[in-house]
Design a protein around this ligand. Structure first.
Ligand code: ZN
Ligand code: CU
Length: 498
């Protein structure tokens, strides 16, 4: 047997949730060629390159299901914030904002400005975007959703109202073309002011088009605060009506008055999942981050400004301090800072842990790669789940934590032959040292690669080794080629596997 690479004696966490087992993993070309005891290299197997993984864990490469890396995979194809965490695939286009199918001339509507400047929006079709990704050859694979706010930006000039029938038809045309060209589905960001005025009746025909094409619907809910449960009901109903599997983005109970709501939110998710495909994603932090939203300005939580166009000198400072310096109210200070970005410390640790541990949740970083002082989730989300929440706190077994960032994610987004270690699957692999694994990024120093990620392979090519990118980039554009199932998603409780 001739292999290109042999990883010896690894503790394999295969992505299915099964308990780790000791094995050798062989790679030939872009695929896993064998898994098991591959014997003595001189007799049965030989490989050009051999890695002794004794004492290390080997997992499928992590799939970041919630990203805003749309233009970064083209502009900064090294993708170090993700690659250095062991991420091998990013799903872009979340929260209603995507780089395609979009062209923009003037001002970039909020929060599309999280993705880049006007000149970064130049992909009139999904196909053009996909070709640009392929030309850039990022270090990680890319799969993409189409954003509802992005569609609005192409057919409407006033976002503060529902779309007309003709505008909905225009959005549907753009969406259907993108779905035909390989988009995974549709995302929405109904809490944002430029989408908030879209009623359920605007979403239904779009989501139904996704259902006919066999895609997925992800949604940043209309309300993550006091109206969370109603917003969840709206999302379930819209997805059921369109016969699409639903992913609720970054499920959280935001705002000091709403803490303690996670058990009920998860119960609702479980109940829905008995009748329809329903999951959520989440990140392992108690602060959110986005553009600065006047509706979220309050003195009940700490809000830290990360960037401000008119006042860049105020970045990294608490909004309360800025307001005090200027001798104005929090709201007035926020108004003066806009457009701006912020980190909101608006969740409870207990709620966050419950969502993270729940069998229907996946891990998604929601990292903001264009923020000069980003939320630490951009560089730390995945190692933090494994090191802090699984290893240190025992919140969930390692195999279950890995399943939430690999096998479950691949299944929910229709990424065939990824997210799992088995013969024939793509060789997207992450090798890590669980004893030293740590997310180094924090709120003070958010730009910092994780420790303990020993090797990251994408499509059979080693892209990261010993703390540095190798310079070889082998990421691909992953176009949807089949229907993503909308079957009810019975939660598999991790304890059933033990
Ligand atoms: Zn969001
Ligand atoms: Cu997001």
């Amino acid at each position: 047997m001739r292999y290109d690479l042999l990883i010896r004696n690894a503790q394999v966490v295969d992505g299915t949730g099964a308990a780790p087992f000791r094995a050798d993993v062989a790679v030939r070309g872009d695929r896993i060629a064998a898994v098991g005891d591959l014997g003595d290299v001189t007799t049965t197997a030989s490989a050009a390159d051999e890695i002794n993984a004794d004492g290390l864990y080997l997992a499928p490469g992590f799939i970041d299901v919630h990203t805003h890396d749309d233009t970064n995979v083209i502009r900064t194809p090294e993708m170090l914030p993700k690659l250095s965490q062991g991420v091998t695939t990013v799903v872009v286009g979340n929260c209603g904002i995507s780089a395609s199918p979009v062209t923009l001339a003037g001002e970039v509507p909020d929060p599309m400005n999280l993705l880049g400047q006007a000149e970064d929006f130049r992909y009139a079709s999904f196909a053009a975007y996909a070709e640009a990704v392929e030309a850039a050859t990022p270090s990680v694979n890319v799969a993409a959703l189409v954003g509802h706010t992005s569609l609005r930006s192409q057919v409407m000039d006033d976002f503060a109202r529902p779309a007309s029938d003709a505008e909905i038809a225009g959005m549907e045309r753009l969406l259907c073309q993108a779905l035909g060209e390989g988009a995974l589905g549709l995302s929405s960001g109904l809490a944002y002011r430029n989408a908030f005025h879209a009623p359920t009746a605007e979403m239904e025909p779009l989501v139904a088009a996704v259902g006919r094409a066999g895609g997925v619907y992800t949604t940043h809910l209309r309300d993550e605060f006091a109206g969370l449960f109603g917003a969840m009901d709206e999302a379930f109903a819209t997805a059921r009506h369109g016969r699409v599997p639903l992913v609720i983005s970054h499920l959280k109970c935001a705002g000091a008055g709403n803490w303690g709501g996670a058990p009920h939110a998860l119960e609702k998710l479980e109940r829905a999942a008995r009748h329809q495909g329903a999951h959520c994603d989440c990140y392992p932090y108690t602060a959110g981050s986005s553009t600065l939203d006047l509706g979220q300005v309050t003195d009940e939580i700490e809000i830290v400004i990360t960037w401000s166009e008119p006042h860049p000198e105020q970045a990294r400072r608490p909004l309360a301090d800025i307001a005090a310096d200027w001798d104005v109210s929090l709201l007035d200070a926020a108004r003066r800072l806009q457009p701006a970005g912020a980190v909101y410390h608006n969740m409870s640790e207990d709620d966050m842990r419950r969502v993270l541990a729940h069998p229907l949740s996946m891990v998604g970083s929601d990292g903001l790669p264009n923020d000069p002082h980003p939320h630490p989730r951009l560089w730390g989300a995945f190692p933090r789940v494994l090191a802090r929440y699984s290893r240190d706190l025992g919140l969930l077994p390692l195999a279950e934590a890995v399943r939430k960032m690999t096998g479950l994610s691949a299944a929910n987004f229709g990424l065939d032959d990824r997210g799992v270690i088995r013969t024939g699957a793509f060789a997207d692999l992450t090798l890590f040292d669980l004893t030293t694994l740590a997310d180094s990024a924090d709120y003070e120093t958010p730009i910092a690669p994780a420790r303990g990620i020993e090797m990251v392979m994408v499509n059979g090519v080693i892209g990261y080794r010993q703390g540095a990118a190798t310079g070889e980039r082998a990421g691909r554009m992953l176009r949807r080629t089949r229907r993503i199932t909308d079957a009810p998603s019975r939660p598999i409780h991790p304890m059933e596997n033990l």
